[in-house]
Design a protein around this ligand. Sequence first.
Ligand code: HEM
Length: 527
Amino acid sequence: MHSLKGLIPTILDLIPLAILLYILKFYYDYFTRSIPYPGPFPLPIIGNLHQYFYHRNDMSSWHRQLSSRYGGIFELYFGSNKYLMISDARIVERILNTAKNNNYFVCIETEKGLDKLQKGNNGLLFNADLKSWAFIKKVFVKTIASPNAIKTAIKFVGNVFQDLEIIWDNLIDNQGQFLNDEQKKFVDIDFIPWSKNIFAECITLLIASRQFNLLSTHYNRISNINPDDQKNSYEEFLDRLIIVSDCVQYYTTIPSFIRNLPIINLYTNYLYKNLLWTRNYASNLVKKRREEIERIENKEELTLDFLNMLLTTNASMSDEEVGDNIAEIISEGINNPSNTLSFIIYYVSNNPDIEKSVLDEIEKIFDLDSNFKVTYEDLCKLEYIDAVIKEVLRVRPVMAMISRFSDNPDQIDNYKIPASTQLVIDVIGLHMNPKYWEEPTKFNPSRFLSSNNKNNDTFDTNKNAFMNFGGGLRMCPGKQLAMTQLKILVVLLYSKYKIEVITKDPSTRNNINTQCNELKISISRRM
Ligand code: HEM
């Protein structure tokens, strides 16, 4: 006789049943979805993530394939979350509009993990609350994007570059080698940390009027002056901000029940603790600044940088909230332009004709003695360098995808957009689409020159096919600053140094190809 105990299913027996029910529910929802769009067939739990990881190193051609097979709107599943991918410029134009009451103001639904990180109603990037977003945007525009702020930024980049020049010249003198019959010394460097430190110095000067001597600290470490130096706390803060970006991506794509599974929750805790560390660090900086401001009798003496302005115009913001804002701008102000500068060096130095045109333009516009200064007016004349930067951002856009969330149902042309749907503007798909670009895979800055009429027509009529800084209400507010900084740095780097690229593929090491992970270059003094 069977014992009763044998008839009661054990938890282990129930697992296959639970999985089967989950799969049935997944495909029931999939086949009965209200507005079905075409797209690659998803698997339960992972959706299309396996395809994403398979194509991670060549996202451009994957997105090209998907948009040519499935059209201007198609579905992709990241885990069990459905995303509508948009790669038609006409639809993009309707989604990215500048009206404050537009249906697509929110980037990512707050309940998708942002609430756990307290990021849904603070800062700019993920803020879903129009009122607090508009306040911070106003302060940003005044202190970072106004003509005065841009002129201040030009001065800061010039000063930071002077420091870099002294350090690089020391490096070349002390560690450089003569190669073959060359009279000048060359030294090989890893460009990425230098690039990050340049932008880090500039952005902290601009938003908080502080300098952390990151360039000389980096020099001391790599040239064995202080090899065992622990990273100072600001360097650690910058390193951890990169993990914070991973943390936000992780919380917004991985459902909470998976984040909380045993073992996986160790990683979740690691990311979350890191976020708390940076939040605590930034709020301490803010607290100190608040105390300094209180000690100043004549408040008119205060430099009106982003931090001081936030502290003096909105008394109700806590140190943590102000700190979060500072951390966000520092992170955006370093990683995006530094990634772009690294790719600029990669493309310019690997294309002798393009490098020659860059050098010709520099010579035409600047009076090249060793102490020449770059002015705002001169930067406006740089048409070719401007085109090079745009072309780099076309082929290697910093953000391969731009998110928007639909509040209400909408209809764009023949396409119905359901309410509460996560839309993703497929930036690479747009940038690589032959409908909008002649020979899209070719690196050709001339397509952006006004003298090149044919391509320019294409560019003008398809401006929504060029999403390098996003668009509409939430277009990147740092665009002007970034373009200015990049132009100055291209002028200064190429006029002062001869640069050769050693790295074959800057996007190796298992990451998507819009991220420059490695850039070894060889530098020697030009003048
Ligand atoms: C080459 C450099 C840069 C590129 C390519 C870039 C690109 C972008 C893109 C594509 C977006 C999303 C726009 C959208 O959703 O429509 C964005 C947003 C943003 N960027 Fe940039 N960015 C750069 C530099 C900067 C800099 C230097 C700063 C700050 C100083 C900055 C601050 C921001 C902020 C705060 C947002 C969020 C705006 C909002 O949601 O309202 N970016 N950026």
